[in-house]
Design a binder for this molecule. Structure first.
Ligand SMILES: [Zn+2]
Length: 370
C-alpha cells in the first residue's frame, strides 16, 4: 500500500498542484486529461476511498457559477441543469441535508447534528433564478448566492465574459498582451483558448487589464455582457425574497483581493456588504472570496472579512467542513461542482472528501490557510 501512496503522492504533486505554466513538456490539455484520469482511478478504487476516509467532514460546501442549457455553446463556463440535479440526488442518497450557512455553523458546533451540504452560486447570474432555483425547489434545498456589487451595477471588469464573447465572435483572435494569435476553428479550440488565457491571467490583475485593448478592438462591451447574464438590483431584491435564497457578499469589484493594498482590500469587502444590506434591507452575514485560491486570498483577507462583520468566508480551497473550522470561519473550503461535464468519479471525490487527499498529497484534512 505504501508504494501505492508514494506514487499517488508523486502524481498528485506533479499534476494536481502544478503551477501555471509548469513543465513545458506537458501541454495544458494533456495535464487536464491526466488529472481527470487520476481522479477517475482514485474515485473508483475501494482503496482510494478507504485512504481518503479521514478527509470526509461533517459538511461540504459546493460551488456553482452559471447554469446553461447549452453548455458547449457557452464554452463550458457553467454546468447543465441535469448536473445540478445529479448533485442534489447524490447528496440526498448520502444522507446529507442541504442547509443554509447559518444552520451549518450551528450544526458544526453540535456533535449530534447530521451531516450537511451548502449549495453556493457565485457572481449573481440570472440563470441561477431561471434554471437553478426550480431544481432546488424540487429538492427543498436552500441556496446561497454570492453577489459582487459590480455585477449588479455592471461596473465589474468581468474579463471572463469578455473572453467568451471574443472567442465566440471570431475564428482567429490576436491577444496582443500575450503576443499570441489563437485559431478558434471549432468548439474544442475555443475551449482550449479560454482555458489558456485564463491560466495566463492567473492571479495577475495587470494581465487581465492588458486584455482591454483587445476587447476594445473587437467592440466588446463588458457592461453590456454583464447586463445579458447577471441580475440587476430589482431582480436581486425579488430573488432574495425567496424563502430558499440567502444572499452573501463577494466584494465590490470582483478582483484579486491579494493584489490590493490594505485599505483598498478592506474597502472592497466592506463596501459590498453595506451595498447589499442597503439593497436588501437585511443583514448579509456570509462571504465568498473572488477566485478564492491561495494566490487570491489568505490570512489578511480573512481578517478583513471578519472585521467587516461577516460571520463566514468561503475560499475555493479543496476540502470539507470540520468542527475545527469554527475557529477559522472566515477561511472555509469549498468544492467546485459547477464545472462542465463533471464525471461520476469527480462528484464522488468531492462528496467523499477524497479530492482534498489528492490535491494536498494526503496533507491536513482540515483546509485552513492552505
Ligand atoms: Zn466570483
Amino acid at each position: 500500500m505504501s508504494y501505492f501512496v508514494q506514487n499517488l503522492r508523486r502524481f498528485a504533486g506533479e499534476l494536481m498542484e502544478d503551477p501555471v505554466g509548469g513543465p513545458a513538456r506537458i501541454s495544458a490539455a494533456l495535464k487536464v486529461k491526466w488529472k481527470t484520469g487520476l481522479e477517475e482511478t482514485f474515485g473508483s478504487s475501494g482503496m482510494g476511498r478507504r485512504l481518503a476516509a479521514r478527509y470526509r467532514g461533517r459538511g461540504v460546501v459546493l460551488m456553482f457559477h452559471e447554469i446553461h442549457e447549452d453548455v458547449e455553446g457557452n464554452l463550458r463556463m457553467g454546468c447543465s441543469p441535469d448536473q445540478l440535479r445529479t448533485v442534489l440526488s447524490a447528496l440526498r442518497a448520502e444522507g446529507r441535508d442541504v442547509i443554509t450557512p447559518d444552520e451549518a455553523m450551528k450544526r458544526l458546533a453540535d456533535p449530534q447534528a447530521g451531516d450537511f451540504a451548502i449549495m453556493t452560486f457565485d457572481d449573481g447570474y440570472r440563470d441561477n433564478r431561471t434554471l437553478a432555483l426550480p431544481i432546488l425547489e424540487e429538492f427543498g434545498a436552500p441556496m446561497t448566492m454570492f453577489v459582487p456589487t459590480g455585477m449588479v451595477t455592471r461596473e465589474a471588469y468581468a474579463w471572463w465574459l469578455g473572453l467568451r464573447a471574443l472567442f465566440l465572435s471570431s475564428d482567429e483572435v490576436e491577444i496582443e498582451a500575450m503576443e499570441r494569435r489563437l485559431t478558434l476553428a471549432d468548439a474544442p479550440s475555443r475551449n482550449a483558448a479560454l482555458r489558456q488565457v485564463g491560466l495566463w491571467i492567473g492571479t495577475d490583475r495587470a494581465r487581465a487589464d492588458a486584455l482591454k485593448p483587445t476587447f476594445a478592438r473587437h467592440s466588446i462591451s463588458i457592461p453590456a455582457l454583464i447586463d445579458e447574464v447577471a441580475m440587476d438590483e430589482r431582480e436581486i431584491r425579488s430573488f432574495a425574497a425567496h424563502p430558499l435564497v440567502t444572499i452573501g457578499g463577494h466584494t465590490t469589484s470582483h478582483t484579486f483581493l491579494s493584489r490590493l493594498d490594505d485599505a483598498a482590500a478592506y474597502r472592497d469587502i466592506a463596501d459590498n456588504k453595506r451595498y447589499l444590506e442597503n439593497l436588501l434591507d437585511r443583514p448579509v452575514r456570509h462571504f465568498a472570496y473572488p477566485y478564492g485560491t491561495e494566490g487570491a486570498c489568505g490570512k489578511r483577507e480573512a481578517e478583513y472579512v471578519r472585521a467587516a462583520g461577516f460571520e463566514t468566508g468561503f475560499t475555493t480551497r479543496s476540502g470539507h467542513l470540520f468542527p475545527a473550522h469554527l475557529s477559522t470561519p472566515c477561511l472555509m473550503p469549498r468544492e467546485d461542482a459547477g464545472f462542465a461535464h463533471m464525471s461520476g468519479s469527480q462528484l464522488e471525490n468531492r462528496l467523499s472528501g477524497a479530492r482534498r487527499a489528492l490535491v494536498t498529497q494526503f496533507g491536513d484534512p482540515v483546509a485552513g490557510l492552505r
